[in-house]
Each structure stands twice: as structure tokens, then as C-alpha cells.
Ligand binder design. Sequence first.
Ligand code: PHE
Length: 343
Amino acid sequence: MTDELPALLTEARTRITEAETLEQLRALDAELLGKRSRLATAKARLGSLEPEARREAGRGLNEARQEVERELAERRQALEALARGTRLEAERLDLTEIVPRRRRGHLHLVTQARDRLEDVFIGMGFTVADGPEAETDWYNFGALNFPPGHPARNMYDTLYLEVGEPETVLLRTHTSPTQIRVMEAGEPPIYSVMPGRCYRQDTADASHLPNFHQIEGLVVDRGITFGDLAGTLDTFTSAYFGPGITTRLRPSYFPFTEPSAEFDITCTFCKGDGCASCGRTGWLELGGCGMVHPNVFASVGYDPEAWSGFAFGFGIDRMTAQRSGVADLRDLVTNDIRFLEQF
Ligand code: PHE
């Protein structure tokens, strides 16, 4: 019975070394040591031997079994190490590899300008607020002291939405309705800017877009004066456009401010000397402004005796285009990559 053991062991060793996967090794383990293995059946036959021979054969079988177990364990360790290595190799990230990549995009010129404007106002202590683009007639006009049929409504080529009663819901024509929302949402003091998209029924040309951006400013506090408005515009202007660029105010009219003004900035091209860009005046028109009208305070339930304030608003697209030497505003919205990647 023990005569065949050396041959059995040699064969077992060869087959164990030849096993290439843990799967194969598991099957081999069952075949060499399992219930139906040659070692197991030999053990079952021990009972038929004389006691002396049985002890000897039993020892031989045990040693053979231990030897096979050792060989199996050794091979299992080796195969496990190999599998771990393969897995690590597969999961390896080569951080030094240079993959030719597509160029990354960046924010649109107008978005960059809006972000910078926000930054400058945040630096001056303002918060940034947001409002909806689809507005009601009340927010866009009524609360801003444009009664129904008021001629100043004709200043805005309004796009109405087919929602509810005719001409009650519209695309906001300016960011001023957000003033109303900010005042309704809280109590003074208010120091806020409100950037956003506006819409007017306009044919796109080199200097007009039917969809454009404005930034609105609103300050409401005790004892705010026209001097504060002028000072704020000046501070903003030199912070945003650089030293030497200031503002001037010209009388104007808006229903929601009284007095009202339009404000110009020193021409950023000629620094005020007069050039083709500013029509030889030395000034560039920027936006509108004024002291918040008492009727606007009444619309939001603020006491005009207790509070005073100013507001201003200007277009972002035209200003940015001018600064960046963009001659045609339509280039801002045609999505030509050759245009966009220049900024
Ligand atoms: N909303 C005005 C416009 O678009 C600009 C403005 C804002 C004027 C705030 C005064 C105060 O024409």
C-alpha cells in the first residue's frame, strides 16, 4: 500500500506546480485530499492490515498527506501573490502619462464681466440678489410707479407671454423689478446688486440685442442722499475700470426714481481727451440712476419718511463689448468658437 506513495507524491508535486490559477488549485486540492482521493481510499483500506503493518502504513499515509497539504499551501500563496499583483497593475493610475487633451473651455465674456462686477460690489459691502426673468406687469412696471397706460412704458419694447390675462405676464425689460423683490423680502438697510438677463422686442444689430444683461444696484438706509449715489458710482467706476475713470451725471427721467439721471464714465479709450469711440466727447454712456421714488417705497410698504435710497442700472453686454473691442454685439451670441476663445 505504501509502495505507491513515492510515485503518488511525485505526480502530486508536478500537478501542483502546474496549477496556474487558484481555481485549478482548489479542484486539485479536492482530487488529491478529498473523500475519493487515492490517499483517502488507501486509508480506508488500513483496517484490513495486521496491527504492526497498519501502524507503519498509517504513518506513511499521514506523512504523504501532510506533504501534499504543504505543497498545496505553498502554491496557493504564490498564486495569491500573483493575482494581487495583476489586480494592482490593472488598477494602476499612471499620473505621468501625457494624454493629448481637447482644450478646456472657459466662461463667456459676458459671464466673466458679470462675475467681476459682482466682485467689485461685494468688495464695497453689497450683497448679490437674483430675480425671475418672467415677471408680472406689477413687478416690471406697476410697483415701479408706471401706472397702466403711462407713456414711459413705451420706453420698453415689452415681450408679453401668453399666460393668464393678456399683457399681465412678460419677460422683464430691465432688472429693476428685482429691486421690488429684494425690498419685499427684507427690511432696510439694503445694499444689493442684482445682475440678470433682460428682454426687449428689438431686432439684433451691431449695438442691440433682444436678450441682454443688466446689473441693478439698490441702497436703502436712513439719510441716504444723492451725494451717496454719486460717490458710490465714482468708487465703483474707478475700482472696475481703473484709476482716472470717473462719472458724470446728466438729468433724465425714470418713473421709479426722482430725481433721475443718466451716468457717463470717462471714455476708457482716450481717458477723456475725445476720440472716435466717444464721439469726441470724452465720455461713454453707461446707465440710469436716481433716488428711489416715494411711490416705490409705498409699493413695498416702506415708510418714505423713515428711509431713503438710490438705485442704478446699466447694461453689461455693451459695456463689455466696448472694453474688449467687440464691434458687433451679435458676436456675443452666435457661439462662434473662433470669437469666444479670444476672451
Ligand atoms: N431700469 C432702467 C432701464 O433699464 C435703468 C435704471 C435703473 C434707472 C435704476 C434708474 C434706476 O432703463
